[in-house]
Structure formats: structure tokens, C-alpha cells
Design a binder for this molecule. Sequence first.
Ligand code: SF4
Length: 314
Amino acid sequence: MSESRSPFLLPENDLPALPKWLRNSYPKYKFDQLIKKMPLDGMTTVCEEAKCPNRGECISRGIVTVMILGSNCTRACTFCDVDRDQPLQVDPDEPRKMLNMVEYMDSVIQEQSNGKESLSYLVITAPTRDDLFDGGASQFRKVTEYLREHKTNLRIELLIPDFQNQSFAFDEIIAAEPDMICFDIQTVKALYKWIRPGFTYEKALDLFAYFNEHLDKKKISLKSGMMLGLGEKPDEVVSLMQDLLSVGVEYMTMGQYLKAPSMQLPVVDYIEEEQYQFYREQAKELGLWLQASPLTRSSYLADKFFEESSLDVN
Ligand code: SF4
């Protein structure tokens, strides 16, 4: 069994400048140009908030991941760059605003494809809102139900915070009937307490176990994501995959952790392609759908990931 160890104390392996394969070649200025045209109406995107390296690419496809419940988080996770200011009031008009965004993204995709494609899959997320009694779960539900009413063919993934493992909040998420519920476990057990203070690896598994027990698996799937490059060991990553599978998670993403200047958590190493290949092979053997590459993020090409796995099943 691996012992808890701090990535803050692990030696950074004389990290060279950011390797080429960790740069998304889509120009980021495109994001700055295109995001201004989107009718966000006071909402923000995790693409901007997290300074995601893929933001030029995703917005070029017409896709962003919108955050509901404001952009200020009530936690202080060491890997995350989301603002930690005073949380904002819940906006009762957010369902309509989200529909507006969906229609806009849809129109961009239709225009780009000459009407051959439309927005098929949407990821919605929110910061952690410990100030709200249900952590914002009822707002996730309202937004999802409103979209369902107006966009019947849209697949919806809810990338949720932990809601302090309150079962009534999880019930709200289940009642919203998204197609996918995603919670990012983020790292292996041995590194957990250094990376996500205020939550534990065991609680993350309990969260999935609750969903697994209470949701209709024909309608809703479970997904999780993790960051690599924090000093995790390959056998610990494989154990994490097994743990996730044991609590009903079928989809998983993994990609390289990158440190923004404002963040404290160091990068320990840059994981190379052969290691991703190893994890992909392990996942296949275990029966887990895994999207793994240096630039993979929880919502990266989420539509394609879902589509490909569904095609393979059918
Ligand atoms: S990977 Fe997700 S967070 Fe990053 S730019 Fe794309 S949609 Fe936004």
C-alpha cells in the first residue's frame, strides 16, 4: 500500500521549458476574439477561468464549458486557478441564459458545417459553493430541466463539485436526469490530501458509490477525471482506475497537470506518450472508457468521447 506523500516535497525533475506536445497549436487569441461574441450574459466559462490550454481549439469548434453559479469558489484546492472571492448570488435567470448560450453554440456549429452538424453534447459545471445549503445542486437541476424542455436532442453532462457528499444534493442531480455525471477525482490516494484539502479519496469513492446505487444506469453514466504529472506512480493510477470501476464509473479522462503562475502546486514531471499508452491499454483490459493524452481535460472533446464510446457499444 502506498503512503501519503506531498507533491510539494517531491523533486521537480529539472523540468525543461514546456514541451511542444503540451502546447495546443490552436491560437489562443482566437478564444479572446470569439468569446466576446458569445451571449454569456454574466456567466463565465471554465475554459477562461482555468486558463485551459485547449481554449483556442474548443472555441474554434464552437464549444465552451459554461459555469453556472458564478465563478467564485469557496474552496482553495492547490491545483485550481478558479477565483476564491465572495461567492455570487444565485441567478434565477440562469436556465434561460444557458439556453441562449446553447442556441448560440448550436448556430456556430451549424454555420461551420453548412447545416450538417449541430451541438450534440454540452458540459455544464460550477465552482464549489459551500455557502449554499445544497451546494447549488438544485440550480444544476433547474438548468438541466430547462434545457431538456427546449433542446430535446442535446446530451448533457454535469461536471459537479462534491456537494460535501450530501445525499439530498446528489438526489437533485439524479432527478435532473443528465446523460452523464462527472466528478473529477483528480489524483491518486497517496497524493490526495495535499491536492484537495477538505475532501478525501474515500469520500470521492463514496460519492460515486451513492450515484451508482441510486441512478438508472440505462439513462445516466458516471465519469471521472484525473491529472498526471504530480508524482503519482503507475501502479497507483491503475489502482485508482480499479477503484473507480468498483463504484460504477465507466468513463475516465486523464491529462497533464499544468501550473499557472498564480498556482502553488508544482509540476513534478511531464508524462510522455508511452505512459498514456500504458494507461489506455490498462483501461481497455479493465473495461473502462479512457480518454488520455497530455492535453486531455475533463471536458475536452467530451462530445466525441461520448459519441465514440456509444458507437462502439452499438
Ligand atoms: S477542454 Fe474543456 S475547459 Fe478546456 S477549453 Fe475545451 S471545453 Fe473549455
